[in-house]
Ligand binder design. Structure first.
Ligand SMILES: Nc1nc2c(c(=O)[nH]1)N[C@H]1C(S)=C(S)[C@@H](COP(=O)(O)OP(=O)(O)OC[C@H]3O[C@@H](n4cnc5c(=O)[nH]c(N)nc54)[C@H](O)[C@@H]3O)O[C@H]1N2
Ligand SMILES: Nc1nc2c(c(=O)[nH]1)N[C@H]1C(S)=C(S)[C@@H](COP(=O)(O)OP(=O)(O)OC[C@H]3O[C@@H](n4cnc5c(=O)[nH]c(N)nc54)[C@H](O)[C@@H]3O)O[C@H]1N2
Ligand code: SF4
Ligand SMILES: [Mo]
Length: 686
């Protein structure tokens, strides 16, 4: 075999063609972490496709990534360092060499630290690249510098906190279990858009007679393809889940022996549910009593039920509680016991590594204050003492952060030194003083885990860095040395960082080589067996109620809405707005492909008539935070009073905002998460 390959390689060489296939992994912030194969011809990638050998993603990739080569070789790619020459936001820059770039970077950062202290520097990064080395590449540097700390709350904070309350550190069920389910419940997740490799499992379950139920405020792509759709009020999930438990309690459909054996504290929840009138659950959820009762019977009838819970439903003031209530319902149904088709998946948590081995918090001399990343606007505009240097990498906050208009106001400050490290000229990059070119994942070696399946892999670069681009890792290792930081983490290689992280990782099979897995092979987590029960923590039991201090209810219960319930705002801004993901964008990534596109807003036909808007009309959506323009799409897939604007499209005009101009810096009820799906707005035809 090897000899054959070598002969074939030699033949190609003689013919002047060097064509090779190299394995890689999609680095985007998506649960699927697809295995990919890049074909390289004469040092250039000519095709990118799914890797058939990947145990979960099995050979297909989504339509966003099929065109990724364009991003690698586009003329619009940032390939060398640049300094701003126009006004902030203008997007005018001129090219400089790396020597000058390092000089500006070290001089300006040192000047800020010397004059104002390390706490005048804010790093801002998230998961533009999910490789563990590159995602966390800057943390060591900023700890050592004494910079402010960023609370990375924008995505999973509320969901994670809610899961931990009841399930401790237990992983979610392996998604493959769903293939045997009689009933799959997609709760606040748009599987066909944000978790496309879960869909084949849905198809398999349906072939065996299973059904798909979608619970969402609007009939999203997954809802349109489902066997049943339940339109919940935005933020009404806790009410729905608790109403379902109340029905099971009152109808005596509980497995008391199982609850006794496998759970703790159900009696307090039961007492609360019995004592709370039905109407409170039906009003807050928008699901009537008859429908709720029928739904409860369906859940009770199907022992093989799989809950696929999204993080979308947590992006509001009751989001943590929504997850708590849904998990409590799952526990009442016994879904945590495992068994054919039975399971609960929010995030797989398949491998638990010690992030300190990537971030090195011990390099900090003392604990500096924390800034919640969702409140970047506030941090840049009103925080005292003021932030003087902002370092953005792996993120595009002007598009993806809430209340983006305030972020923009902050980025305009003349006394703020802004560095942006990215691959393309994002809306945030336009405000940089110093713009640095980043490699793509195809130019990096890294380790990728996943939050939608149970496999990890290490991959090598497919091509060398393009132009003068450098990886996050090389950027911060070099910068640290140039700033005179000599500690061991700054001398590590990528390999050393990977092996350090793997060292005591939970979930790794026992027999992997000390140097880590071979590039291009996949390791399956040992956490959570295929049909096994889930509970490792909490004495192996589900905790319905426990004392969490005065701030947090002991068990899942009804709580008050935030902005949606505000009477003043309600009178001025009668519509509720959701801003969920779009199939062609990954958060704001790929926005450059759709320059000039406003994106659409879904509006119920009866609401459109009141607003005077017809199909395809440009409409202005506004509130007390900002205003933006979208194109109206009239549809009964949304509820009356509810607008849905999919996708973080980039601004059409430089001074325009993106859709996050409308969202709020208010936090969710748990974990300091975002409230992207809880903005009140008004709408009018342009
Ligand atoms: N194509 C594409 N894929 C993506 C992304 C993308 O931008 N584009 N983003 C990636 C990232 S970073 C993440 S975190 C995941 C997120 O993926 P998901 O977990 O699917 O979460 P979202 O897509 O944010 O929201 C999913 C659904 O939640 C619904 N929702 C909003 N509010 C409520 C509510 O109160 N109750 C209920 N029941 N539903 C509600 C929305 O209407 C939407 O249909 O997707 C990843 N995948
Ligand atoms: N309204 C609303 N807002 C949302 C959401 C929503 O559902 N609704 N979703 C939220 C969620 S779930 C998330 S996770 C956040 C995500 O917010 P961000 O993490 O800011 O994600 P992106 O907008 O995709 O921006 C990632 C940036 O990283 C860059 N990048 C990619 N790879 C690298 C690299 O190797 N190095 C460097 N330096 N840069 C790189 C990309 O080019 C891109 O510009 O957005 C949140 N914002
Ligand atoms: S974005 Fe998600 S589905 Fe698309 S290739 Fe990447 S990991 Fe796969
Ligand atoms: Mo996310």
């Amino acid at each position: 075999m090897v000899a054959d390959k070598e002969r074939a390689g030699a033949r190609r060489l003689r013919a002047g063609i060097v064509k090779e296939e190299r394995k890689t992994v999609c680095p985007l912030d998506c649960p699927d972490s697809c295995g990919m194969v890049a074909t390289v011809e004469d040092g250039r990638i000519v095709s990118l496709r799914g890797d058939r050998d990947h145990p979960f993603t099995r050979g297909f990739i989504c339509r966003k990534m099929r065109r990724y080569i364009e991003r690698v070789y586009t003329e619009d790619r940032l390939l060398y360092p640049q300094v701003r020459t126009g006004a902030k936001g203008d997007g005018r820059f001129s090219r400089i060499g790396w020597d000058e770039a390092w000089d500006i970077l070290t001089t300006r950062l040192a000047a800020v630290v010397n004059r104002h202290g390390g706490e005048a520097v804010l790093p801002y990064s998230y998961a533009g690249n999910m490789g563990v080395v590159n995602r966390f590449a800057g943390h060591a540097f900023f700890y050592r510098l004494g910079a402010l700390r960023l609370d990375e709350t924008i995505c999973f904070a509320a969901a994670g906190a809610a899961w931990a309350r009841h399930c401790g550190t237990a992983p979610g069920s392996p998604p493959e279990v769903a293939a045997d389910a009689e009933l799959i419940v997609a709760w606040g997740i748009n599987i066909k858009v944000t978790n496309v490799h879960f869909w084949p499992l849905v198809a398999e379950a349906r072939q065996k007679g299973g059904r798909l139920l979608v619970i969402d405020p609007y009939r999203n792509a997954t809802g349109r393809a489902a066997d049943r759709f339940v339109a919940v009020k935005p933020g009404g999930d806790a009410a729905l889940a608790l109403g379902l438990i109340k029905f099971l309690v009152e109808d005596d459909r509980l497995d008391r022996a199982m609850l006794e054996r496998q759970t703790i504290g159900f009696e307090r929840l039961e007492g609360y549910l019995r004592g709370t009138p039905w109407q409170e659950f039906t009003t807050a959820s928008g699901v009537g009593r008859t429908e709720m009762a029928e739904l409860a019977r369906t859940l009770h009838r199907n022992s093989g039920t799989f809950f696929r819970i999204g993080v979308g439903l947590t992006r509001n003031s009751r989001g943590g509680m929504a997850v708590r209530a849904i998990l409590s319902l799952a526990a009442v149904l016994g879904l945590f016991q495992g068994g054919p088709g039975r399971g609960v998946l929010l995030s797989t948590l398949a491998f638990r590594g010690n992030r300190d081995r990537l971030q090195f918090p011990e390099l900090a001399e003392h604990r500096t204050p924390i800034v919640n990343m969702i409140q970047l606007g506030q941090a840049l505009t009103v925080r005292q003492p003021a932030i003087r240097a902002l370092f953005v990498y792996n993120a595009n906050p002007l598009s993806a952060c809430s209340d983006a208009r305030t972020v923009r106001r902050g980025l305009c400050r003349d006394d703020l030194f802004t560095v942006v490290h990215d691959q393309v000229m994002t809306p945030t990059a336009r405000y940089a003083d110093l713009l640095l070119p980043a490699t793509t994942f195809l130019e990096n070696r890294d380790l990728y885990t996943a939050y939608g399946h149970f496999h990890l892999g290490v991959v090598d670069p497919v091509i060398p860095p393009q132009g003068e681009a450098i990886s996050n890792f090389d950027l911060f290792q070099t910068l640290a040395r140039k700033m005179g930081f000599a500690e061991a983490p700054f001398r590590q290689t990528v390999d050393a960082r990977i092996t350090g992280f793997l060292q005591d990782m939970e979930g790794l099979p026992a027999d992997i080589p000390a140097a880590g897995p071979t590039a291009g092979t996949w390791l399956q987590s040992t956490r959570g067996g295929r049909n096994g029960g889930l509970f490792a923590g909490n004495d192996g039991r589900f905790v319905f109620s426990a004392d969490h201090g005065p701030e947090e209810p002991p068990f899942a219960c009804l709580t008050k809405p935030g902005e949606f319930g505000d009477p003043d705002l309600r009178s001025r801004f009668p519509f509720k707005l959701l801003i969920p993901p779009h199939p062609d964008l990954l958060n704001s990534t790929f926005g450059e492909r759709y320059a000039g596109e406003h994106g659409t807003v879904l509006i119920h036909p009866e609401d459109a008539a009141t607003a005077g808007a017809g199909e395809g009309d440009l409409v202005r959506i506004e509130n007390h935070r900002g205003r933006i323009v979208r194109r109206a799409r009239l549809s009964r897939d949304t509820q009356r009073g509810l607008l849905v604007a999919e996708g973080l499209f980039w601004p059409v005009e430089p001074d325009d905002g993106g859709i996050n101009d409308l969202s709020s810096q208010k936090l969710s009820d748990m974990g300091g998460g975002a409230t992207f799906h809880e903005s009140r707005v008004a709408i009018a035809r342009l």
